[in-house]
Every structure is written in C-alpha cells, then in structure tokens.
Write a protein that binds this ligand. Structure first.
Ligand code: ZN
Ligand code: ZN
Length: 167
C-alpha cells in the first residue's frame, strides 16, 4: 500500500442525478472546508477548478485534468463526465439558469440548464429562469448555492417557481 501521508482523505460527497459539476464542486468544497484555490492546489490543476465552477468548459476538460480531480474527490472520471456537457452540446456559462419547480423537488443545479439550446425544463414544461423573479439579480454560480436563494433579496428559489411561465 502507498503511504497515505501525502494523500489526505476527504469527506466523501456523492454526486446527484443530473447535477452540474459547478454545484458538485461547491458541495465538495464546503463539506471539506476548502476554497476553490485550495482545491486547485490539492488537485494540482490550479485555476482550472474556478473556471469549471463558472462553466468555462469549452474546450472540454482534458482526461489528465479530470483524473487529477477524480483522485481527490474519489469519483470515477466517467461519473465526472456525466456532470459536463455531452459531445456536440455547447455549455453556456451565463446566465445561470434555474427551474424553481425542479429545485423544489430536489435542491441542486442541473447541468442541462446550462446547455446552450435549453430554455425550457422538459420535466415541468416551464421556461427556465435567468434572474431573480423579484429583484432581477442574476443567479450566482451554482458552486455558491448554499441556501438556494437570490444573492441580493434572498427570495428562495422554491418561491420563484410560482413565477415561471409555461413554454
Ligand atoms: Zn423543472
Ligand atoms: Zn432577488
């Protein structure tokens, strides 16, 4: 067995169905009291972590980068790839989108909301929100979603579902 002194073990965080990498990274970091910079150092991929949290995922992450992250978060590379855009799909970093109805069912950011051509939640047939329905502040990156509320007026994401329009 390899000496484990230089390979610290972390509190494990399981990815959720359809969860975006940004949201997962935020959860993993908070569970382990890490900043994006610290996770960048641990994985030795540096600022790449912050870029991924902002959905700067074009060009697609390299296998080397994904393996470096996989080793620290202890999630298989294939599972990490499921948190990214499929082949042929473009990720759109901004605006961050939200289906409040999905968030009501399960509070996390779905990767497909950031696909360039996805404007509607297929599950609810509701148009995705791109800003707070009360004060119109854009949503922060999902890595920073802790309470699930507007960063400016604190309106809960779940309440915003009432203001979503049908497609
Ligand atoms: Zn939905
Ligand atoms: Zn607001």
């Amino acid at each position: 067995m390899k000496a484990s002194s230089e390979t610290p073990r972390f509190f494990p965080v399981e990815p959720l169905e359809g969860e975006s990498l940004s949201h997962f990274l935020g959860r993993f970091r908070r569970a382990n009291y890490l900043t994006a910079t610290q996770l960048g150092k641990l994985t030795r991929i540096g600022a790449v972590i912050s870029r991924w949290e902002k959905f700067y995922l074009n060009p697609f992450p390299t296998t080397q980068e994904l393996e470096a992250l996989a080793a620290v978060v202890e999630i298989k590379v294939d599972r990490l790839i499921e948190m990214l855009q499929p082949l042929g799909v473009t990720m759109k970093p901004r605006p961050i989108r939200l289906c409040g109805a999905c968030y009501q069912e399960s509070p996390y950011h779905r990767v497909e909301w950031q696909f360039k051509d996805v404007m509607v939640c297929d599950r609810h047939q509701l148009r995705l929100l791109t800003k707070c329905t009360n004060c119109e502040t854009p949503f922060s990156i999902p890595a920073d979603w802790v309470q699930g509320e507007c960063p400016h007026c604190f309106l809960p994401f779940t309440t915003m579902a009432k203001r979503q329009k049908y497609r």
